[in-house]
Design a protein around this ligand. Structure first.
Ligand SMILES: [Cu+2]
Ligand SMILES: [Zn+2]
Length: 191
């Protein structure tokens, strides 16, 4: 996956702990090595994002990086601008509405949004910015989901999906940040 360093965005999301410091340090390392990512561990899961008509519009890969989960997303063929992105609670993407994916992964009963005092959901991720028809180097680090079958796990009995929305997530409004329709969905599949 070729990444342009000048377009790489790094976001670290997660609860306060010493692991945050580790994640930030890792994010800096990732940014510095974004062109080739020589030390990136192999992904443990991936998702193919498909539009409401079934067209492939992108991929998401999931890596375990020192206790955090790194999510890399590459999207093209959707409108320029900011688009909400979340991990939803059910690994099922039935078009065209993708309602089958359920709500945001939220094992702790929080409200939506990283700017919400009662938030966020475990599945809340930073917006994807589409510019010139595609994203460029979207990378997020999260400490809120886990590579297992636990309460915040991507691989519980009904799995999980990653969903892209029509509009920007305001990171505040419950339950889904006013991010509008679900325009693409991918089941997160263990590799
Ligand atoms: Cu969503
Ligand atoms: Zn949410």
């Amino acid at each position: 996956m070729p990444i342009s360093p000048s377009h790489t965005r790094i976001a670290v999301v997660g609860a306060s702990s010493t692991r945050v410091g580790a994640a930030i340090a890792l994010a800096v390392t990732v940014a510095a090595c974004a062109t080739s990512r020589p030390s990136a561990p192999a992904p443990f899961a991936q998702a193919t994002l498909r539009s409401t008509t079934g067209a492939e519009v992108g991929t998401a890969t999931f890596r375990q990086v020192d206790g955090a989960i790194r999510v890399d997303v590459d999207v093209r063929g959707v409108a320029d601008g900011a688009h909400g992105l979340h991990i939803h609670t059910v690994g099922r993407c039935d078009p065209p509405a993708f309602a089958s994916a359920g709500g945001h992964l939220n094992p702790d009963g929080h409200k939506h949004g990283t700017k919400n005092p009662a938030g966020p959901h475990a599945g809340d991720l930073p917006n994807v910015i589409i510019n010139g028809g595609r994203s460029s180097g979207y990378t997020a680090m999260t400490l809120r989901v886990t590579n297992d079958a636990g309460p915040a796990g991507l691989f519980d009995a009904d799995g999980a999906a990653i969903v892209l929305h029509a509009d920007a997530d305001d990171d505040m409004t419950d339950p889904a940040g006013n991010a509008g329709a679900r325009i693409a969905c991918g089941v997160i599949q263990k590799l």
